[in-house]
Ligand binder design. Structure first.
Ligand code: NAD
Length: 372
């Protein structure tokens, strides 16, 4: 089966994790320009901006950052692409005063997500907000409640769901091609976090590295399995980058095992002391019919030696572009169940918080302890 972009936006509700939302916004005509504002144009926000400027039918009308030079640089990027964005340093003032904004892309630090997401959702504008949903279970629930009540569409920055290879792999799994999902095995081994972003090293600001980083792979595995885990067993700490940078409170390595209903397991190893190119990234799902490497969209049928490459739509596009393009399509089509929606984002964020609790408390922690 071929999956066009339109088709994967129409993911079955059960697979996407469903928001049931009664509110209906006036539909955009397919030709209408979607007017977007950016809040937070640091590392991630400026990257998303570059991608959004490539999406057809979008006008970036405002950019905001508390650091004036970043907001100015973002406005210049918009001008270089032929547009014109107003510059703001106070996003609440921007939302109050600039009336032509339809949608917001928010890429501020993790510890701001609860308050900033809710502030934008309350304006009725559509919101694409970076992951994680928030950094505590209570805060996640507050954002989900606000998203349920909001008039606007809410999409979360789990953009790997829109990466063409991973998307094709997940569709293949959900169509039954891999048979019954038995186990997921993930590796994310690389170098340390970028030093120029201090809050990355403060676990009170980002919930530590499972919540801030490993969450992307956990989101893909939870999507493949279609359920939340029942419990987590995990171990982690700081073995190489001790007090480096000074005051560091985030780990530099961990390993974890999740158990799901029916004996399905996730096994994930993440660390920052990989010599360049030594291990890298693996995202493998094992099923009764064979196994698949998600980022390669290549599966190995059981009992055969030849790998099979899946057909991949939009193979030349990156996940960030595809995720933002899907957001714009969702606005135009009034699709209130984005692939990366509030419910799926909460499940993945709670899963990361669950693993972190198991690491810190050195014990098996159950889903109900974080989600109950
Ligand atoms: N999806 C992904 O793959 C991915 C990758 C990297 C980062 N992220 C996420 O993106 C977010 C931003 O991360 P980053 O790496 O860009 O960090 P960053 O520190 O480089 O950028 C954050 C920006 O937000 C600005 N900011 C802070 N408070 C603000 C406020 N009140 N109003 C306006 N701007 C404000 C900061 O000045 C900064 O420019 C985080 O949530 C992070 O988890 C996601």
């Amino acid at each position: 089966m071929k999956y066009t972009r339109r088709r994967f936006l129409e993911v079955p509700a059960a697979a996407a994790g469903v928001l049931s939302v009664p509110a209906v916004l006036p539909a955009f005509a397919p030709s209408d320009t979607v007017r977007v504002a950016f809040i937070g144009v640091g590392n991630r926000g400026s990257h998303l901006l570059r991608n959004m400027l490539q999406v057809p039918g979008v006008s970036v009308v405002a950019v905001c950052d508390i650091v004036q030079e970043r907001a100015d640089a973002a406005a210049k990027a918009v001008a270089d692409a032929g547009g014109n964005a107003r510059v703001w340093t106070d996003f609440r003032k921007m939302l109050d005063e600039q009336k032509d904004i339809d949608a917001v892309v928010l890429a501020t630090p993790d510890f701001t997500h609860r308050d900033f997401d809710i502030a934008v959702l309350e304006t009725g504008k559509h919101l694409y907000a970076e992951k994680p949903l928030a950094v505590t279970p209570a805060d996640c629930k507050m954002v989900v409640t606000a998203a349920r009540q909001a008039k606007g569409i809410f999409q979360v920055g789990f953009q790997l769901r829109h990466d063409p290879n991973r998307n094709a792999s997940e569709r293949f799994i959900q169509s039954g091609g891999l048979g019954k999902v038995l186990m997921c095995h993930g590796i994310r081994h690389g170098g340390d976090l970028p030093r120029q972003i201090p809050w990355y090293f403060d676990r009170t600001k980002n919930g530590d590295i499972v919540v801030d980083q490993g969450i992307h792979i956990l989101d893909l595995f939870t999507w493949a399995i279609g359920d939340h885990p029942l419990r987590a067993l995990a171990s982690g700490g700081t073995n190489l980058f001790i007090d480096d940078p000074p005051g560091r409170t985030v780990m530099d390595n961990y390993s974890l095992i999740f158990e799901y209903a029916g004996g399905v397991r996730v096994n994930f190893s993440h660390h920052y002391f990989d010599p360049p190119g030594f291990t890298g990234v693996q995202e493998r799902v094992f099923g009764s019919n064979g196994a698949i490497e998600l980022p390669k969209a290549t599966w190995q049928p059981r009992g055969k030696r030849e790998p099979v490459k899946l057909e991949v739509e939009n193979a030349d596009k990156n996940g960030d572009y595809m995720s933002l393009a899907a957001f714009v399509d969702n606005i135009r089509g009034n699709n209130r169940n984005p692939l990366n929606n509030a419910e799926s984002a909460m499940r993945s964020t709670l899963q990361a918080i669950l693993a972190t609790k198991a690491i810190y408390e050195k014990r098996i922690v159950t889903w109900d302890e974080v989600a109950g």
